[in-house]
Design a binder for this molecule. Structure first.
Ligand code: GTP
Length: 332
């Protein structure tokens, strides 16, 4: 289940439960003849129902849907207005589903801010209207609910972020993995087409990686691969991204980089790797295949394939070398 779908379900469920809860309160107040509270609860139940319907309508962009903040602000303001104007002590319990909804539906900071905007004035009103012991019990309960729910949501967000990082990161090197490469490269191609800026890529392979694995073992190759990742992160500039394709191959996406630029950075990478002393193997070299997007290049696989072929051409010409392959240009 995607995150957007999960959010749609939980938001719709949260609004529906709150709607049911508030509607039950409305019916009770009608039964006992508290008509003001009945009208207020009916209005709030209608707003929560609107929230559930809005959730279903905006199911494709739950995270950016601005209507939730408007609906929940309306509910919170209604609650505060009722506290100020009506003499009904039991109404404080209505804040519980509102606090839970604020945190469930809105991003954590917004949900916390809105809940505090409700609870702080509410605390002042309760201290003015009720005995301190009673006010402390109610307010304490509401703040405990707010803290527990906020902590739980923070924990969930943190876990979701970690899971997302794990899904796009290579566990050995810490660079991005090839699954994320296609996604980012497609975005960069679209950006380059839209803005007209140059885009280059490099396919980089460690020379004699199989021989190193046979001689020193696979673990040592992975160690070399890890050290090389650290080195590459130190050479490339902010905005460039690095990916590991397999145990001996890297891929670099270099936005805003023309042909002359990719030649400069490829040569710099080749030279600094050849000059460095590496653990276990001592000396290591790489073969680099570079290419720049031409006006006819609109697909990731074309760029990846051309960079890979350029890397193989570099390797054919001898290890420790770089080769540039020009992009496809459409005559206009
Ligand atoms: N994407 C990318 N391009 C680089 C990098 N280093 C050099 N280049 C390209 O090579 C060109 C010349 O780089 P340098 O010789 O370092 O000259 P520079 O004027 O200091 O480069 P910048 O100030 O980084 O533009 C730059 O304009 C870039 O296009 C790098 O780390 N990443």
């Amino acid at each position: 289940m995607t995150e957007t779908r999960l959010r749609t379900w939980t938001h719709a469920f949260g609004y529906s439960i709150a709607c049911l809860f508030i509607f039950t309160l409305a019916m009770q107040n009608l039964r006992y003849g508290f008509y003001e509270l009945f009208y207020l609860a009916t209005g709030m139940a209608a707003l929560t129902l609107a929230g559930a319907i809005y959730t279903v309508i905006c199911r494709r962009h739950q995270l950016s849907a601005p209507g939730h903040l408007i609906i929940l602000s309306g509910l919170n303001s209604g609650m505060l207005a009722a506290l100020l104007t009506m003499d009904a002590p039991g109404i404080t319990h209505w804040a519980m589903p509102l606090v839970a909804l604020n945190l469930l539906v809105l991003p954590l900071r917004q949900g916390l801010a809105l809940s505090l905007l409700l609870l702080i004035p509410m605390s002042v009103i309760l201290f003015l209207q009720q005995a301190p012991a009673e006010a402390i019990t109610v307010i304490g309960g509401l703040f405990i609910l707010l803290s527990v729910a906020a902590l739980y949501i923070w924990h969930y967000d943190h876990m979701a972020q970690s899971a997302e990082d794990l899904a796009i990161t290579d566990p050995v090197t810490g660079a991005h993995n090839s699954r994320f490469l296609d996604e980012t490269l497609q975005k960069e191609i679209s950006r380059a087409i839209a803005t007209g800026h140059p885009l280059s890529v490099i396919d980089l392979s460690i020379d004699y990686a199989d021989e190193v694995a046979d001689l020193h073992g696979k673990d040592q190759v992975q160690g070399l691969f890890r050290h090389m990742t650290g080195h590459l992160f130190g050479v490339i500039r902010a905005g460039d991204t690095l990916y590991t394709l397999n145990d001996s191959e890297f891929f670099l996406i270099l936005p805003f980089t023309p042909e002359e630029g990719v030649r400069v950075i490829a040569e710099r990478i080749r030279r600094t790797i050849a000059e460095q002393k590496w653990p276990v193997v001592g000396k290591a070299t790489v073969s680099l295949g570079c290419t720049t997007r031409g006006s006819g290049d609109t697909r990731t696989d074309t760029l990846r394939k051309r960079a890979h072929q350029a890397m193989e051409e570099a390797r054919r010409r001898g290890p420790d070398s770089a080769w540039f392959s020009p992009g496809e240009t459409i005559e206009t």
